[in-house]
Design a protein. Structure first.
Length: 434
């Protein structure tokens, strides 16, 4: 915990600093609970990736990780494209000022209305997840007198192991199975309103081993060459998906970008020798890696009680705001996100406690058997690594409680970028962070 705070935030007199501001000041100004994002950490993660990936790679931000407008606008200003998975995210991307041709649309259940919106906006690529979807896109594009640029999302026959969630090499709702690819291409080539320009692969997520990423990328190049031979033309893009992870739990080490960088350079050198890849741009679309470490979820302590020998620290925020931290989003066994008493970092740990939220369910646990100093009503509990798949992946309407605000802290100034309240309009319930 000390290393994580020192690397990303810092403290003053035992109080956590986010972007140079103390969490106690943020709590006094905005109330609790809230999400705070450090703008400098967003910039740092972008710079680290841009320095690691060769120029041949385009970097896209995956909106699903965190759709906050302030974050989208920041990455777009850095030159990022945006990867979307719904018409709501399309609206978010356009509102953030992303050029339409820098938007990619993936997802296994796109509706006709969503596809119409994407075609009318003229986005860069729609990623086809099935033969039915390909035909649907062709019909909609043809009715508009357009030719849709599409990429084929492929579920590889064999996945490279090592990620937190394996996506390829098994039955999944995502993409076209590799062994069905030839048949699907034969059908889609008969559709004059479709132009197959790209390949999309996504075989895993939360990957912390650079060698696993490189193996996945090489497997993607092999599938791309096969697709080129089938199409009789080179591809415009190969989208390797996201997958870059960040450490959440004590045994995890950060992804070693210093080791990844030379491997990527070698991969590009190999690709330059493949005529099938001449002129093809590479894409990666991380979300978690870019946003997660910037965020802290801060909740106020409303009660401290003992039940049959166990101490419970009860906070005004919980799983309805941060489902992932409760262990109810993809975890089989509950493991704690990094949790700390953020207004008492200089105090010695006193006991192991349960940190629980205010909801009427035993699932509402932010930290199980957490070693904390003595906690009192009014103290502040912080959950780190909360900038991605936190607020955006939570049941915000549960028990009709208010959704938490989001605060972007930039160079010592706090900007309220989403209000507290029940209104969950992801576009129009956001403030301009100027």
């Amino acid at each position: 915990m000390t290393e994580l705070i020192g690397r990303n935030f810092g403290s003053s007199d035992g109080t956590l600093l986010v972007g140079g501001m103390s969490v106690t000041e943020l709590a006094a100004r905005h109330g609790t609970p809230f999400f705070a994002y450090d703008a400098a950490l967003l910039d740092r993660q972008w710079s680290r990736l841009r320095e690691t990936y060769p120029e041949r790679f385009d970097l896209y931000y995956s909106i699903k990780a965190n759709p906050c407008q302030a974050i989208l606008r920041r990455f777009v200003a850095h030159g990022a494209g945006l990867e979307i998975a719904s018409s709501g995210e399309l609206a978010q991307a356009l509102a953030a000022g992303c050029p339409a041709d820098r938007i990619l649309f993936a997802g296994p259940g796109k509706t006709e209305a969503e596809l119409r919106a994407a075609l009318d906006a003229g986005i860069g690529e729609i990623h086809v997840e099935s033969l039915t979807e390909g035909r649907r896109i062709a019909a909609l594009a043809g009715s508009r007198g357009k030719r849709a640029s599409v990429a084929l999302r492929v579920n590889p026959s064999a996945a490279v192991a090592g990620g937190g969630m394996r996506m390829g090499g098994k039955p999944v709702a995502f993409g076209i199975d590799e062994d069905q690819l030839d048949e699907v291409i034969d059908h889609l080539l008969r559709e004059p309103a479709l132009e197959i320009v790209g390949l999309h692969l996504f075989m895993g997520t939360q990957i912390l081993d650079h060698e696993v990423l490189l193996l996945q990328y090489r497997a993607g190049l092999d599938i791309a060459c096969r697709l080129v031979h089938k199409l009789g033309k080179n591809l415009t893009t190969i989208d390797f998906g996201g997958g870059l992870g960040i450490p959440y739990f004590p045994h995890e080490q950060p992804l070693d970008l210093a080791q990844l960088a030379p491997g990527l350079m070698e991969l590009v050198r190999e690709a330059e020798l493949m005529p099938e890849l001449t002129g093809t741009r590479f894409i990666v679309e991380p979300g978690r890696f870019l946003a997660a470490e910037s965020g802290v979820y801060v909740a106020g302590v409303t009660d401290v009680k003992t039940s049959r020998g166990k101490t419970f620290v009860i906070t005004d925020g919980g799983m309805h705001h941060h489902l992932a931290a409760s262990g109810n989003l993809g975890q089989t066994i509950k493991r704690n996100f990094p949790v700390a008493l953020v207004n008492g970092l200089n105090r010695e740990a006193a006991a192991q406690v349960e940190v629980v939220g205010p909801l009427c369910t035993p699932l509402d646990v932010l930290g199980r058997d957490v070693s904390l100093p003595e906690v009192a009503v009014g103290d502040l509990i912080g959950v780190f690594q909360s900038g991605a798949y936190a607020r955006a992946a939570s049941p915000l309407g549960f028990l009709s409680r208010q959704a938490p605000p989001e605060i972007l802290v930039d160079s010592g100034r706090d900007h309220l970028v989403r209000r507290r309240g029940a209104d969950e309009d992801y576009l129009f319930d956001q403030l301009d962070p100027k």
